[in-house]
Design a protein around this ligand. Sequence first.
Ligand SMILES: C[S@@+](CC[C@H](N)C(=O)[O-])C[C@H]1O[C@@H](n2cnc3c(N)ncnc32)[C@H](O)[C@@H]1O
Length: 273
Amino acid sequence: MDSCGFDSTGREFSSAAEMWAHEIGVAATAPCSAAAVAEATPASAAASNGDAGEEAYGDGKRKEWYSKAISYWQGVEASTEGVLGGYGCVNDVDVKGSDAFLRPLLAERFGTARRHLVALDCGSGIGRVTKNFLLRHFNEVDLVEPVSHFLEAARENLTGCMEVGQDTNKAANFYCVPLQDFTPEEGRYDVIWIQWCIGQLPDDDFVSFFNRAKIGLKPDGFFVLKENTATNGFVLDKEDNSVTRSDAYFKELFKKCGLYIHSIKVNEANTIE
Ligand SMILES: C[S@@+](CC[C@H](N)C(=O)[O-])C[C@H]1O[C@@H](n2cnc3c(N)ncnc32)[C@H](O)[C@@H]1O
């Protein structure tokens, strides 16, 4: 990924490799779509990305990278306003956009006959996405989130079951783990939903995460990645140590993951001036 980018202090980087070398001490490269579905190609599902060997010399800075991010989120109120960085007002339009994107995909992939569907909500925060959206479509939703006070709030927000038509849907498992350390149970999920959290992972951990997460998908399962995007290159936010990547950057990363993109939808309504 050779596009330039900058950080929130105004520092410019000539490439993502330069930025990652500065931030975590490795060339952790491998590169805003609002929502994309990427599916594992059977041929590449078991492929390794070959980046693991770079881990050894970046460990200290990598730990710092992650601990700064976690400290930031630990200081944030466990509320919709908190997890949306003060933009709680986008919740409704976000949910509507996600619904419009997912509904036809579920029908196309799983048909209209009733079937027991299971989803994973990655970087779930307080369970906003699960509560307002995923539980309308999935019988079971598991949540994975590294910040314990968010996950506790999620547990409270999601106690009990939700009646959806004749079905009973529930939040099933709560995992207090960051994505870079998470490996899902094999073949459990129809959909792995990743929203507004993948920017916390450097490129090599991004690729490793998707490669591990593939095993969590059922044969017809797929990922949905919903993220803000940079117009070009990337923007590093030094406050919470997250990277906003461009559409081209994401596409390059998906290629490294051995994933192909089934659909993309840009949700202009989420644009904040
Ligand atoms: C902008 S919030 C979005 C929360 C939720 N996805 C939503 O849309 O309401 C970002 C979330 O990513 C979580 N997070 C931070 N670092 C993470 C990591 N390494 N792995 C997974 N989640 C992380 C934060 O704790 C926070 O809950």
